[in-house]
Design a binder for this molecule. Structure first.
Ligand code: NAD
Ligand code: MG
Length: 405
């Protein structure tokens, strides 16, 4: 029985755990949830260090559990959360425990970066319905993750707008989708804020310019990833694991308006696409309600007002990170984990003003060259590759800083 059927049968609210509740996806999720107070009940919320924001959310949504993964034990804070009817836990280990153990109908995995892997994987291993926003978890540990989900009977529903679009456009089979008659998929990409910026200016762009995405409001890490198009590279790898397609059957199309969220091309030449305003509440509501449709709060799409939709090929010279990601997918094993970790270090350094925007791709390329390729058969292998890539990337950042000084 799907959660939607259970809700319809018993009129009982569906329990939700939201990992990364204070972030951009977390906030959009709670916005959709608040539109359906009879349908959903929030069981647990987590944040890293945003204490006051988490407390406010707990006051409003009354979960029984909350986690501050980046904070140490604090009795006064614990008492304050208890007044909101909420047991507060501290430290990163509590994330995976809450993800696996709290009784619920779905876990929204919306922590940013590699930090989300243990809890997202724990939810999959516990056989939960996982609403997957934390693409980095799948990039780092795709085989492990998919095997764990399969063995535990976990259902994965994509939140990333492109993957959610592909999910909606593929033939539905049981609770999932199939590849019957599919030739390939095309992920759309806006091209980010620097799609037409003169190439010689890219070395001087600032973090705020990189985070000023033309169509989406997102966290700072994914905003920089969109500007380099590493985000699309990570999404190609994510699509490979979610849908079981090889790299050569996953294309990328530049589409500056972000209205067509992705396309599925069939053997007979038909192409099916999913369209909406660029508003993450659309894929979130789709996954929350699946297989039913629920109101997301997003405006309806008026194509007459949009007027024109345009498409083009990504420029390899402008977006070198995209090819690095395709290369990592083809190489397999621990290479995607190395790519992801080096990217996180490079993006953090750029956001902190320690690396130029144009230094991001070279830092990743060096880490890929320096860290030996190997297996990703266990979480230990993946975390080892992640740690070695972080050290290699940190060295490269230091060297490039020295050159720039
Ligand atoms: P964000 O930075 O806005 O929020 C991140 C959340 O994770 C916050 O609640 C924060 O407290 C928590 N967090 C940060 N570091 C943590 C750590 N070390 N340990 C535990 N928790 C930590 O990020 P976001 O934009 O909401 O993105 C979340 C995920 O969703 C990312 O994987 C991103 O790629 C994916 N995603 C986001 C969007 C979007 O529109 N924002 C779209 C598609 C996919
Ligand atoms: Mg996306």
């Amino acid at each position: 029985m799907t959660p939607a059927q259970r809700h319809a049968d018993s009129r009982q609210a569906l329990g939700l755990v939201i990992l990364g509740a204070t972030g951009s996806i977390g906030s959009s999720t709670l916005d959709v949830v608040a539109r359906h107070p009879q349908r959903y009940s929030v069981r647990a919320l987590t944040a890293h260090t945003s204490t006051q924001r988490l407390l406010k959310l707990c006051d409003r949504h009354r979960p029984r559990q909350a986690v501050l993964s980046g904070c140490v034990e604090d009795a006064a804070l614990r008492r304050r959360f208890a007044e909101a009817g909420c047991e507060l836990r501290f430290g990163p280990a509590a994330l995976a425990e809450v993800a696996a153990a709290v009784e619920c109908d779905a876990v929204m995995a919306a922590i940013v970066g590699a930090a989300g892997l243990p809890a997202t994987l724990a939810a999959a291993c516990a056989g939960k319905r996982v609403l997957l926003a934390n693409k980095e978890a799948l990039v780092m540990a795709g085989p492990l993750f998919m095997r764990a989900a399969g063995e535990a009977g976990a259902v994965l529903l994509p939140i990333d707008s492109e993957h959610n679009a592909v999910f909606q456009c593929l033939p539905q089979e049981g609770a999932g989708v199939s590849l019957r008659g599919v030739r390939r998929i095309q992920l759309t990409a806006s091209g980010g804020p620097f799609r037409v910026t003169p190439l010689e200016r890219l070395a001087r762009v600032t973090p705020d310019e990189a985070c000023a995405h033309p169509n989406w409001v997102m966290g700072r890490k994914i905003s920089v990833d969109s500007a380099t198009m590493m985000n699309k590279g990570l999404e190609v790898i994510e699509a490979h694991w979610l849908f079981g397609l090889p790299a050569e059957r996953i294309g990328v199309l530049i589409h500056p308006q972000s209205v067509v969220h992705s396309l599925v091309e069939y053997l007979d030449g038909s192409v099916i696409a999913q369209l909406s305003h660029p508003d993450m509440r659309v894929p979130i509501a789709h996954a929350l309600g699946f297989p039913e449709r629920i109101d997301s709060g997003a405006r309806t799409l008026d194509l007459g007002a949009v007027g024109q939709l345009s498409f083009g090929q990504p420029d390899a010279a402008r977006f070198p990170c995209l090819e690095l990601a395709y290369g990592a997918l083809r190489a397999g094993g621990n290479v995607p984990a190395v790519l992801n970790a080096a990217n996180e270090v490079a993006v953090q350094a750029f956001l902190a003003g320690r690396l130029r925007f144009t230094g991001i791709a070279p830092v990743i390329e060096e880490a890929l060259a320096r860290v030996a390729a190997g297996t990703a058969a266990s979480l230990e292998h993946v975390m080892d590759a992640d740690a070695r890539a972080r050290r290699a990337a940190a060295d490269s950042v230091m060297r490039l800083m020295g050159q720039a000084a």
